[in-house]
Ligand binder design. Sequence first.
Ligand code: PLP
Length: 389
Amino acid sequence: MTAYKIPYGRQSITEDDINAVVQTLQSDFLTQGPKILEFEQNFAKYVGAKYAVAVSNGTAALHLSLLGLGIGQGDHVITTPITFVATANAALYTGANVHFADIAPDTYLIDLNKVEALLKKHPKGFFKAILPVDFAGLPVSAEKLKILADKYQFKIVEDACHAPGAYFVDKQNIKQNTGNGKFSDATAFSFHPVKHIAAGEGGMITTNNEQLYQKLLKLRTHGISKNEMTYQILNKEKQGGWYYEMHDLGYNYRLTDIQATLGNSQLQRADTGLIKRQKIAEKYKHELKNLPVKFQKIPKSSFHAYHLFIIEVENRKIFYDYLHQNGILAQIHYIPVHLLDYYSQFGWKKGDFPIAESYYEKTISLPMFPSLTEDEQNYVIEKIKAFFS
Ligand SMILES: Cc1ncc(COP(=O)(O)O)c(C=O)c1O
């Protein structure tokens, strides 16, 4: 038995969080109340986007973004094989076909050269959207992707579930926050407890497109609108104040006020959490630099939000078992999506994306979360050093 049980990620909840949630519990609204807009406005400000729409989770954020941008039955979209299944599944929900482009071997992000090669194989407009993933918290080159998007006419739905607070510096030397809507049509975030901002479950879509924003608000709640009576304004006058219209087949993808309150409270200290994540990453890199481990490459212009701290090792399975025996609950992110059973029906098989597959054979995520104590991190480092000695 070991003294420690250290997960790879976990939430941190403060007295302020608890007090805020209790206040909401005592208020008139548990859902569909004022806390939603408050969280949306604060989040939009945090990432520098014009609009934000809170939804029930990150998967819903991806699904609604695609629907809102008109992606549907029979369309073709591209994503990375190294992501959580939710990214690709969200596209399948719309009826679209999912294609993959392999990752770059050093950053683990979708390889834009491979994306372009795929785009070139088909007529312009064939692919309706790309879902790049800011994997582990490292932002994609959204500026470069936008050039491709304009050239080949597709939408960008950025999966930033790992990356609130990340940014890159663009060609004009301007800081571009992930989710600021400058390059991507929509950006999706998750508030699952292992993520930067915990709401229990929760998600957010940010965009600068007002039309999309209005559409997302409706799609999140059954496609119903009380404000925008496009066709039947006369009916409302005839019928009464209860009257509403349903314009699209939407969903119940709402966030509750309870979750929004927790998310909003956590958002207040998001930057403190990022600083802590950076410190933890720097210490791992410093302490492990002489061992046979490889780190994710971070381009100079990028600020990594470190949802995950990933290392590459040989004998990964033995290393994983060893860490777990020592109470270090390191995790594997992720099994390449194209290798999952369900995806084999689409014809994907081993060998299709060799870099993703080789990545999967070697990588492991070490504990990375703001409340990881110095003692805990020292213990992890000591055990890793012992493994290699
Ligand atoms: C890259 C990525 N995309 C999407 C999701 C889905 O988010 P949620 O769990 O909030 O639905 C996750 C969650 O782990 C994720 O890691």
